[in-house]
Write a protein that binds this ligand. Structure first.
Ligand code: CO8
Length: 257
């Protein structure tokens, strides 16, 4: 597919999506959102794909929503169009998405990384919610996803001061799953995604759905949902195969991949 703001490729069962607005540090504009949704929803519908990796450039994963695009907008336009609501569709991807973050992940860029299932960061990564410096609060989940991911203290610190945190602080805070040398970022993220894509797809989708639910419901409801889906997994031939393979000391061959 020919995109203006993205590059996409598939490697085995992994789709790699690279944000590509080099002149604007991958700032997220309406065109990019449209293309990203087309790509991600297309890969979700493609049975040959089991997981996605989302990345940017060495200098920027994404430096935020496109300030120049938003600059001239007024309340009515933003409110009536439910501006940026399309990002909920990205976050609703049922297939796992690993964010491979190098350089700036600021504002909407940090929020986009947080919409992915986990973040692998290069040593050079810098995360922040600098919207306060522009006279607005975050608008794509920064106050909500970040507070759930790393707690009130750091979220208030980052959102109220607009400062950036480096990869090590992001890992200590729990925003980032792993930090790797810049040169190994893409390999590490692809390896993680290949591993995910080698498992039973319904099982990985169940994991994603359940962990996401932990951020959105009570412990009692979450535990009930987990038990129900655990039981449901026993209706899959992948469960029989996975457990038989363990007992027979061989590698499983999952049918639903
Ligand atoms: N939007 C538009 N253009 C941008 C953005 C951006 N967010 N970030 C960088 N650019 C452009 C610059 O304007 C510049 O373009 P040009 O060459 O034409 O002048 C080019 O990218 C390169 O940037 P710099 O020259 O500034 O590069 P530096 O290395 O000097 O600085 C920084 C890098 C520190 C990342 C700097 O570019 C910066 O501060 N960028 C803005 C960061 C920011 O404030 N992000 C938050 C944006 S607001 C947001 O994300 C809100 C999300 C919620 C929206 C949904 C509402 C419902």
């Amino acid at each position: 597919m020919d995109y203006q703001t993205l590059r996409t490729e598939t490697r085995g069962r992994v789709a790699l999506v690279t944000l590509h607005r080099p002149d604007a540090l991958n700032a997220l504009n309406t065109a990019l959102l449209g293309e990203l949704l087309q790509a991600v929803e297309g890969f979700n519908a493609d049975p040959a794909i089991g997981a996605l990796v989302l990345t940017g450039s060495a200098k920027a994963f994404a430096a935020g929503a496109d300030i120049k695009e938003m600059q001239a907008m007024g309340f009515a336009e933003i409110y009536l169009s439910d501006f940026a609501a399309g990002w909920d569709r990205f976050a609703a991807s049922r297939k796992p998405i690993v964010a491979a973050v190098s350089g700036y992940a600021l504002g909407g860029g940090c929020e986009l990384a947080m919409m992915c299932d986990f973040v692998i960061a290069a040593q050079s990564a810098k995360f922040g919610q600098p919207e306060i410096t522009l006279g607005v609060p975050p608008g794509m989940g920064g106050t909500q996803r970040m507070a759930r991911a790393i707690g009130k203290a750091k979220t208030m610190d980052l959102c109220l001061t607009g400062r950036m945190m480096d990869a090590d602080e992001a890992e200590r805070s729990g925003l980032v799953a792993r930090v790797v040398p810049d040169a190994e970022l893409l390999d590490e993220a692809m390896k993680a995604a290949e591993k995910i894509a080698s498992f039973s797809l319904p099982a990985t989708m169940m994991v994603k759905e359940l962990v996401a639910r932990a951020f959105d419901t009570t412990l009692t409801e979450g535990l009930r949902a987990e038990r129900r889906l655990f039981a449901a997994a026993f209706a899959l031939d992948d469960q029989s195969e996975g457990m038989a393979a363990f007992a027979e000391k061989r590698k499983p061959t999952f049918r639903h991949r």
